[in-house]
Design a protein around this ligand. Structure first.
Ligand code: FCB
Length: 445
């Protein structure tokens, strides 16, 4: 069994603009749907907003210092659309562009490869006012924004990720209402899912023009589905959950279109399509970013056609967020994607664990559970590589504790601890360990 990761393997961490930058009203940044959502009472359990978050808009040199301490050679961050185009469409904000210039230049100076995500959820509020992603005008606005930022940074950034987690952008945000804009409408959610995948494909084409040598991909979140029992009802429930959660997004991107059984199950709520959409969504990509945290276990108590899907997790083996720890699913996922879609290259673009971290008497944060989690998942990456899957990088979520969406700063995922009272950041035990792994390019104790 392989013990070394491939030569040149990208060792990094991942963050997102709204979760770390703060400075939401500075230097001409426009309002995003997350500013509006977080300011709405009851939406964020801690009552916090995106200010100050980690103040990375000003403290990014400290962030880079942490990454250097961990010997990392890659950094996945996201660009805030409302910093670049405050109204979503129209005037470009030079100060916003200048911020990402500084960030990228500093990363390159520190010998780190920038992986830039173009959309990690901070849609300009002005676009939401006109229907958001459910309005196809947002597709064109996105392409113009993408063209602006990739033309500006394309001489230095060679890895672009169009969208982060379309399932969250659509279902979690527009059907389940847990994320901005907080809607509860399946028809809208499925139209959003469709339009953003069209926007992804259109953006890929735009980037091919502005940066012909760059690698372009998309980041999808997956939850492999397993039946709770070996009954036919549970198998059907599992199949449908897999189709709705995983294939609904991977299928169109990989040129397979939508899974037919899920399409049928959604009935009249299926999205409207224009001729050419399926071709656009299937624009050829260089890599797939895989975000993986947990699995689904599906059970249909009605014994019927699997429309009722319950998640039966093993409650004894969960993270501080209640997500079951099941590393085997990462191996199953990577090998399935490899076989099913023949994907040329993968990055694990997010994987990590929320823990109830506390500063110990010695002033350090001891987080053996997180070390174990990351280690077990890296073992699965090695197994997948052994099985012929071309995985070229692993980006741990996250560099540091940050504004974890609806959970505010109460849910800590960082390899570095952040003291939100004074913004001090320092490596947890897991960060120190991850740094040794990155340096050795193999798993260490
Ligand atoms: C993912 C998001 C990321 C972070 C982690 C914990 O779904 O992409 O921003 O919230 O979960």
């Amino acid at each position: 069994m392989t013990t070394q990761f491939p030569k040149g393997f990208a060792w990094g961490t991942a963050t997102a603009s709204f979760q770390i930058e703060g400075a939401t009203k500075q230097d001409g940044r426009g309002e995003s749907i997350w500013d509006r959502f977080a300011a709405t009472p009851g939406k964020i359990i801690t009552g916090e907003t995106g200010d100050p978050a980690c103040e990375s808009y000003h403290r990014y040199p400290q962030d880079i210092a942490l990454m250097r301490e961990m010997n990392l050679n890659a950094y996945r961050f996201s660009i805030a659309w409302p910093r670049i185009v405050p109204d979503g469409d129209g005037t470009i904000n030079e100060k916003g562009l200048a911020y990402y210039d500084r960030l990228v230049d500093s990363l390159l100076e520190a010998k780190m490869t920038p992986f830039a995500t173009l959309y990690h959820w901070d849609l300009p509020q002005k676009l939401q006012d006109k229907g958001g992603w459910a309005n196809r005008a947002s597709i064109d606005a996105f392409v113009r924004y993408v063209d602006t930022i990739t033309s500006r940074l394309g001489d230095r950034v060679n890895h672009w990720m169009t969208l982060n987690e379309p399932w969250c952008v659509s279902i979690l945000s527009n059907l389940l209402g847990e994320h901005a804009p907080g809607l509860h409408d399946q028809k809208i959610a499925l139209q959003v899912a469709h339009n953003i995948l069209v926007a992804h494909g259109a953006a890929v084409r735009a980037i091919r023009k502005s940066s012909p040598d760059a690698e372009v991909g998309i980041v999808l979140n997956f939850e492999p589905a397993y039946p709770a029992t070996d009954t036919e009802a549970d198998r059907i429930a599992t199949r449908l959950a897999h189709a709705k959660y995983n294939e609904w997004f991977a299928g169109p991107v990989m040129g397979r279109g939508y899974p037919q059984d899920a399409w049928k199950d959604y009935g009249k709520d299926v999205p409207e399509m224009l001729p050419g959409d399926l071709e656009t969504m299937a624009a050829s990509i260089d890599f797939l970013g895989v975000n993986f945290y947990s699995r689904m276990v599906c059970h249909d108590p009605s014994g019927g056609m699997g429309t009722k899907i319950l998640n039966q997790r093993n409650e004894n083996n969960v993270s501080a967020r209640g997500w079951e720890i099941y590393p085997q699913a990462l191996y199953d996922l990577l090998t399935w994607l490899h076989k099913e879609y023949n994907i040329p290259k993968f990055y694990v673009s997010e994987n990590g664990m929320a823990c109830n971290d506390k500063i110990a008497a010695d002033g350090q944060v001891h987080d053996p559970e997180r070390i174990q989690y990351v280690k077990q998942h890296l073992e699965m990456v090695l197994r997948a590589i052994d099985a012929g899957v071309n995985v070229q990088g692993y980006m741990c979520w996250s560099l540091m504790d940050n504004f974890e969406w609806a959970f505010g700063t109460s849910s800590r995922f960082g390899l570095a601890y952040l003291d939100f009272q004074n913004q001090k950041r320092f490596l947890k035990d897991s960060g120190k360990w991850f740094g040794r792994v990155a340096q050795a390019n193999t798993l260490v104790d």
